[in-house]
Each structure stands twice: as structure tokens, then as C-alpha cells.
Design a protein around this ligand. Sequence first.
Ligand SMILES: C[S@@+](CC[C@H](N)C(=O)[O-])C[C@H]1O[C@@H](n2cnc3c(N)ncnc32)[C@H](O)[C@@H]1O
Length: 217
Amino acid sequence: MDDPGLAPAEHRRALAGLARLNRVSGSAAVLWPAVARLARELRRPVRVLDVATGSGDVPAGLVRKARRAGVSLEVSGCDISQTAVAAAAANCPAGRFFVHDALRNPLPAGFDVVTCSLFLHHLSTDDAVSLLAAMRDAVGRLVLVNDLSRSRFSFVGVWLACHLLTTSPVVRFDGPASVRSAFTPREALALAERAGLTAAVVRSKFPARFLLSWERR
Ligand SMILES: C[S@@+](CC[C@H](N)C(=O)[O-])C[C@H]1O[C@@H](n2cnc3c(N)ncnc32)[C@H](O)[C@@H]1O
């Protein structure tokens, strides 16, 4: 999906397939408890930035959960791809979305929470450390990274999900390949330490994910 030569129509189909996988695997639900806890503590609208947001379905899911819980969220999202940003703006009208290369440019400040889903496994170890450090530098309170966890179980689960839930050849290729290049929870914790996210916590999330959390004290 990162291929800049990917035709916009195929890119949109892949983003829709990924959104379906996110719904089934509960991406927003993985992030929501930590965001909800912070919202209860701050007692004001919580500002969330989603990095490499894709079709914006994860921030859209957070907005839906916040409405149900009577909590006010202000969501933004950035992505290197204009096609993704346009899809995100359509899928999450409550959000603000912009084109941004998160590996080359610092993230904008002013957010209580900076989230990132399913992007870490695209990165080399050094780029992953740089991204985590950029998230730490930009955030007011909470960094949340929701990503695939590398294991044989994850590989089989993701292969099945990608073949049952989408016909996008891009997603069918990317999904299992992504598990192969993913970090284990223990590796993710080591990346966080290197990035200066001291005392970060990582938890396995069924199916096939982990959630890395770090809070500025
Ligand atoms: C696998 S998708 C994940 C999308 C979304 N976060 C989700 O969970 O469905 C990875 C996204 O990273 C974006 N991306 C790739 N390189 C990027 C960069 N350097 N800065 C920002 N976004 C990038 C791609 O355009 C793509 O939308």
C-alpha cells in the first residue's frame, strides 16, 4: 500500500479492505480504554492525532465510542498519501486530516494523545525508533501504538482474515507479509526504550496485535 505507483482506485479498495479488518479486529477498541481514562481525568475535550491514519476508520471509531460515552474528542490524522487523506476526510467528517510525512518531518505539537496503528511494522528498526521518538516529542500525555505482533499464530490468523474479509489483492499480499515484518511485543518495548519512552508498557491484544503505551508524567 506504500507503493507510490499504486493506482488511486486500487489504493481506495485496499484502504476499504483494511478498514474492514480493523473493524473485525477491533482497532479502535484496543485504543479506546486509555483514551477514555485520560478524558475522564482531563474533563475537557481530548485532542488526538492519528499518525499514518490510512482511511481514518480508527479515529472515526474513536469518535463513535466517545459520543456513546458522552466524552468530547477532537481528532486529527495525517498520512503521506493524498488518496488516504481524502478517504479519511470522507470517512470521519468530525476529524481534520492532512498530508504529512511522519518520517521526514516532526509531528505537530498540541495533542494530548498521539496514536499510530499498523504502521510500525512497515518500518526498519531505526525508522521505528525515530517515529516513536517523534511521537514522544509531539505528545502532551499519551502515546499509543497498536500494531501486529509477529508470531506463527498471527500469521495464520491474518492470512485467513485477509482472504475471508477482502478481495483486495493488495491487502491479501500486505497482510501476511506485514506479520512477517512485524515486531514482537518484546522487540517493540526495546524500540520504545531506545526512543526514550521510558517505562512504556506493552500488552498483547487478541487477535494478533499488541498495544504499546507510554505516558508523560
Ligand atoms: C497499513 S496502512 C495503516 C493505516 C491505518 N493506520 C490503519 O490502521 O488502517 C499504513 C499507512 O501508512 C501511510 N504511510 C506510509 N509512509 C508514511 C509516512 N512516511 N508518513 C505518514 N504516513 C505514511 C500509508 O500511506 C498508509 O496509509
